[in-house]
Ligand binder design. Sequence first.
Ligand SMILES: Cc1ncc(COP(=O)(O)O)c(C=O)c1O
Length: 382
Amino acid sequence: MAPGVIYLDHHATTPCEREVVEAMAPWWSEHCGNPASRLHRPGLEAAAAVELARSQIAHALAAEPEALVFCSGATEANNLAIKGLAEAELRSGGARRRLICLSTEHRAVLDPLRYLAGHGFELICLQPQADGLVDLEVLEGALSDEVLLVSVMAANNEIGVLQPLGAIGALCRQRGIHFHCDAAQAVGHIPFQPAALGIDLLSFSAHKFYGPKGIGALLVRPGIKLAPQTHGGSQEHGLRAGTLPVPLIVGLAKALELALADQGERAERLGALRDVLWQRAQALGGVLRNGAMAPRLAHNLNICVEGVDGTALHRLLRRELAISSGSACSRGEPSHVLQALGLSRQQAAASIRFGLGRSTTAAEIERAAELLSACITDLRRG
Ligand SMILES: Cc1ncc(COP(=O)(O)O)c(C=O)c1O
């Protein structure tokens, strides 16, 4: 980490754990085989490493190994799930043309859905409640025989709220509607069993749980038909062409193993630190929390500071804190998530997302609270 900077942006990405780097190390040069080259030992060794990782990851998610499709991360997994399902529906002569999501989804879900909306599908973006959670009655009212897919994320990347996936899954299942869940912020952070929640398609990404960047997967419930979105080879059951990145896959499996091992203890510790930060922020007055406090990721806090200019606030805080005002993919635009909750553009810009992580200490949270207090006092004085 950069010296002198307190890293509180763990929703954007997490540092790759040393043990994960070590597990990947032999697979870069020493064991260089291509897992698709099954005619010699290096290739067979690489294939064995991939299949071991695949079964470990699948086991951790209570799924079958064949259900996993490795790809470059959650963005690609979302594209494969959403566009792959839509294309398969068209090809099979199916008549479902309606897609439903929450307006607070990540762009990696919204953009592929919008793309389809320009190609013969209809997109319904439901507004969440003011606390960021889906209104189940509104969702139920939107479901019909014309709906192909409901896509709702597990944990929001900005406000950390956890959606009622089991209830959504049950509503979809009763009507034969596919349920896709972008779980990029949830896997490795909260207990997660997709099949038990009625999830048909689940996206996740290693760099969100202390693994390497550039690797993730889509978990596909057996029987779901997808059209491949990357052509050029028969890897991953023909669903995702391209040479498999063995070191990254080994790293994904290791990171997930480590994340699941300390998940409960980490959530408890970070939840307590997050609560301290929230109490200190509240004590400053004119600070509102964005999103429901529960159910919420324990390592997330998102606050709106009233009566200050957001740009100035972030400029001051960023001298010592690595924080953000929203998604890393939003290019400085005021957050669409916070605006969907009813915040104005100014309020969204004056909001701060804190993402605590494995390395966060009580001293760092103390310092962050001090800085917050000093910056807000300065700016309010004018
Ligand atoms: C909820 C959510 N979905 C998708 C993504 C994109 O993930 P990746 O960087 O693996 O493509 C992110 C990361 O920013 C995210 O937070």
